[in-house]
Design a protein around this ligand. Structure first.
Ligand code: MRU
Length: 336
């Protein structure tokens, strides 16, 4: 992804490895400061996933793969490392997929560094392909709504929901993106708008509550990411996704999720069984260090909601655009 740092445009990834050190852009302080952190052990990588230095399902998966690499290269107990990394965030399936993938590669005798690098490259390539497939849905002049950040920051490079948008823009299509701010952590306003600005893609930030208004005013399609997709196509994504999907159906606006196959959890039959992360109430009650809610008020802060498959027009994957009812048939035996 292109990022302007001190007036200079740099091509940078959200997570990478350099001479045995795992590097991450610190997503907690974007867009105002661009800082790269370095990690030499898996405990610190686990902390970075938990405190959201790195976030977004595929990027969490890649960070965890590098965490397993560090554990192996530091001669740590791999089962313990796997448990620690898996214990950081409960919803994004990529985390569990990546750790299990690394355990099996290391068990087979593969070099941990090579395995982690290959995992990262595979995710980047899958996202590029998501862009290629999804771009065909976008017409010149389309207005597209997205939610949270499902861009390069959330996936290492390209993005999932943002990959078709990037590809359409690079292919010369005049598009416009509505970016919902995504309370309470504001990943839409802070991260998606930052990515679009850096690419020069026309966009506007909207309050989450304005989604219905703009869906009725002429949004042509909605594309969001996913944290976990169940076998029947129900999927978890950032809180606020569900209500956009219901409104989109009511207003006849096509609604897509975009995700690599590593986000599918075929072991989970329905959305109700997806574990939902609840986060601290201070994320809701405190804004920029200032308590806004009256002292004594409680807040509830689910990080994700589940959108039933019936609201989906399709799932944009690296293998093409799937209908929820085709998941079982198309993905049975596939290399996730
Ligand atoms: O809590 P976050 O910021 O990790 O949540 C991220 C999302 O919900 C994204 O939409 C999802 O992970 C898809 S990322 C390509």
């Amino acid at each position: 992804m292109k990022i302007r740092i001190d007036g200079k445009v740099s091509d940078i990834r959200a997570v990478w490895c350099e001479e045995g050190v795992v590097r991450m852009l610190d997503q907690r302080i974007l867009p105002h400061r661009v800082e790269v952190l370095g990690f030499r052990d898996h405990h610190r990588v686990a902390e970075a996933i938990k405190d959201m230095t790195v976030r977004g399902a595929p990027a969490i998966g890649v960070a965890a793969a590098y965490g397993m690499m560090l554990a192996a290269n530091n001669d740590e107990d791999l089962q313990k490392a796997a448990k620690e990394l898996k214990g950081t965030r409960p919803t994004a399936h990529d985390l569990f997929f990546a750790v299990d993938h690394m355990l099996s590669r290391i068990r087979e005798g593969d070099d941990p560094t090579e395995a982690a690098e290959e995992y990262a490259e595979t995710i980047v390539e899958r996202c590029r392909l998501i862009g290629e497939h999804g771009e065909r849905l976008i017409k010149d002049g389309d207005k597209i709504m997205t939610h949270c950040n499902a861009g390069a920051l959330a996936t290492v490079d390209w993005g999932t929901a943002l990959a078709p948008i990037r590809a359409a823009w690079r292919n010369g299509k005049e598009i416009f993106v509505y970016v919902s701010e995504t309370r309470p952590r504001l990943q839409g306003m802070k991260l998606t708008a930052f990515e679009l600005l850096n690419e020069g893609i026309p966009h506007a930030i909207i309050p989450d509550g304005a989604s219905g208004h703009f869906l009725r005013e002429g949004v042509d399609m909605v594309i969001v990411g996913a944290d976990r997709i169940a076998a029947n196509g129900d999927f978890a994504n950032k809180i606020g996704t569900f209500e956009k999907a219901v409104l989109a159906k009511e207003l006849d606006v096509p609604f897509y999720t975009a995700a690599p196959l590593s986000t599918f959890d075929l072991g989970i039959k329905r959305g109700e069984d997806i574990p939902i992360e609840y986060r601290g109430e201070e994320e809701v009650t405190v804004v920029d260090g200032v308590r806004i809610a009256p002292q004594g008020c409680k807040a509830l802060n689910p990080g994700f909601d589940v959108t039933p498959a019936k609201y989906l027009s399709g799932i944009i994957t690296e293998s093409g655009i799937l209908k929820p009812e085709d998941i079982a048939k198309r993905l049975r035996g596939a290399k996730l």
